[in-house]
Unconditional design. Structure first.
Length: 130
């Protein structure tokens, strides 16, 4: 009996989830076996369509994760800075300066991302993020 044709879009989603969340979570989420996931990985090397789907989805997810991580990191650093100004342990001038510098650099990255529209993901692949 011939095996059914693989749904490359579904396979790419499972592979990206496996890379981000681990094999067990991806298999449970997509209701596939670990052997199927291994076959998907092997097919990445030979199936151009699957490779293209995987690359596109991986870029989109990475961009989204990067943007949310940047915002979370900024919030965390600002809270830490607030605690450091209240004479908590580790509140040396050197540490305060280091955290302030990190907030400055990350804020500049966030502003640049917003101005350039890099925080938006181009799902259509046409260069327009709207």
């Amino acid at each position: 009996m011939a095996s059914p044709r693989r749904d490359n879009a579904r396979a790419a989603r499972a592979l990206v989830d496996a890379a981000l969340l681990g094999d067990a979570t991806a298999c449970a989420t997509h209701e596939i076996t670990s052997r199927t996931l291994q076959r998907y990985r092997a097919a990445l090397e030979t199936d151009q369509e699957l490779s293209a789907f995987y690359a596109q989805l991986s870029r989109a997810v990475t961009t989204q994760n990067w943007a949310s991580e940047l915002n979370l990191t900024l919030v965390t650093l600002v809270r830490k800075l607030g605690g450091m100004t209240r004479d908590l342990p580790g509140s040396t001038a050197e540490n305060i300066s280091a955290v302030t510098g990190a907030v400055k650099v990350l804020s500049e990255i966030a502003i640049t991302r917003e101005v350039l529209g890099a925080g938006e993901v181009d799902d259509a692949g046409d260069g327009n993020a709207d």
